[in-house]
Design a protein. Structure first.
Length: 433
């Protein structure tokens, strides 16, 4: 069986990659919490209740976790269902415990996909259904489900251009591992087409349910008092126009600050909030902003910035949604070359924010295309185009309002994935029983 080849190669592969992952763990910190879970030791796991079906959901990190909040809230309403939720990253675990712990019976860290650890976790959790989110494809985990005859759902499944090309090269080998998936719930029509081409499972087992991230909870727009308070925390005057760099990557922060500096004389009320994708890049970001001749402040030092702050760097975790609600214009990160793929524009669009992003949003191809098509988003080709595009929006409040309304409409018209995924989960539980 191919699973034995996977087991044979897993350990040396883990050892080869260990220095890289150890370095990432050291930079991000927080990996001591739940560390024993990685070896299949799920401490304080409550016993299964009689006549209650247990679902084990695995979501790799922050974005996937926040996307399933509406799903978890719906499952919590089911008296005969309980959920165990695991994640992989330390930041994901922190967000899970702060925002989702009350929606599940137990939460922790996903075990390493190595036979003794995965088997131990399965023996302890003993689920009636396993749900993997987006691209969480773990052969040993799926194998453990198969030998127990437990259905496995791949939900909100998506494939970027790069991941599809990689999977397509090895599609026959991958089918040996992933053919035991019970059903795949694609997040978009293009994702479903790609999954059908990969032929991991029969095409009838690949359903289009839509993107769970589009069911994001829409907060109310902040009151003028709330906005003034938050801008005061940023060290900015309450009449400020706030440009946010959302989940930015390397080189994008520099481009945003340069754009801000070129516009601040003409638009003296303009201010910049940068929310980097990886909070552990603080030293790198400090090196950037200290060369830019702007008054800056890092949120990790203190939430309250000194008066006169021009550039506020929110190098924290789990606050992007809250901060975005105060934005006037949102730039979506990981989209300007040399970065590619893009971060999610969904939450900002749901809040009715006018959007700017670079030419490569392939990780969110369908939603980004719809946002551009409806006039909710503007595309730039490089960081050099940022200033002119921002000025175009600053000079026309009516255009910004039209873009924001269009963005919210795109999200509203695309909702419903949570309901469809719940139906498939119920079907799988009934078939298992």
């Amino acid at each position: 069986m191919m699973i034995f080849l996977y087991r044979l190669l897993y350990l040396p592969g883990l050892l080869i990659g260990l220095p890289y992952y150890a370095f990432r763990m050291w930079r991000r910190g927080g990996y001591r919490t739940g560390f024993s879970n990685r070896f299949g030791l799920m401490a304080n796991l409550p016993p299964k209740c009689k006549d209650v079906k247990r679902i084990w959901i695995q979501a790799v990190s922050v974005g996937e976790l926040m996307a399933i909040r509406p799903l978890l809230k719906e499952l919590q309403k089911e008296p005969a269902v309980e959920v165990v939720l695991t994640t992989t990253t330390s930041t994901g675990l922190r967000v899970l415990k702060e925002n989702l712990a009350d929606l599940v019976i137990w939460n922790g860290v996903f075990p390493l996909d190595f036979w003794p650890f995965s088997r131990k976790a399965w023996q302890q959790i003993d689920p009636d259904l396993a749900v993997l989110m987006e691209g969480e494809l773990w052969p040993e985990h799926i194998h453990q489900a198969n030998i127990r005859q437990i259905p496995v759902i791949l939900a909100n499944a998506r494939l970027s251009d790069r991941s599809f090309q990689r999977h397509y090269k090895f599609r026959k080998l991958a089918r040996c591992y992933f053919k035991h998936l019970s059903i795949i719930l694609a997040g978009s029509a293009s994702d479903r087409r790609r999954l059908v081409k990969l032929n991991w499972v029969e095409s009838e087992k690949i359903q289009l349910t839509g993107n769970l991230k589009l069911d994001v909870e829409m907060p109310e727009s902040p009151s003028s008092e709330s906005r003034a308070t938050m801008l005061g925390e940023f060290g900015m005057p309450e009449e400020s126009w706030l440009l946010i760099g959302s989940s930015t990557w390397s080189s994008e922060e520099s481009a945003l600050i340069d754009a801000y500096k070129s516009l601040k004389e003409k638009y003296p009320v303009l201010r910049l909030l940068i929310v980097p994708r990886h909070a552990e890049r603080k030293q790198e970001l400090q090196a950037v902003v200290t060369t830019k001749d702007v008054a800056f402040h890092f949120r990790s030092n203190s939430k309250q910035a000194p008066e006169g702050t021009e550039v506020y760097v929110a190098d924290t975790t789990g606050e992007l949604g809250m901060l975005t609600n105060y934005a006037d214009i949102v730039f979506v990160g990981k989209s300007i070359p040399p970065n590619s793929g893009g971060q999610t524009p969904v939450e900002a669009a749901a809040m009715g924010k006018p959007l700017i992003f670079g030419p490569d949003m392939s990780n969110f191809k369908d939603i980004s295309r719809n946002l551009v098509k409806t006039g909710a988003a503007e595309v730039i080709q490089s960081g050099d185009d940022l200033a002119s595009k921002i000025e175009e929006l600053l000079s026309s409040p009516e255009h910004r309002e039209q873009m924001g309304n269009a963005a919210r409409s795109v999200i509203l018209e695309s909702r419903g994935a949570t309901r469809r995924v719940i139906l498939e989960i119920k079907k799988s539980l009934n078939q298992e029983s």
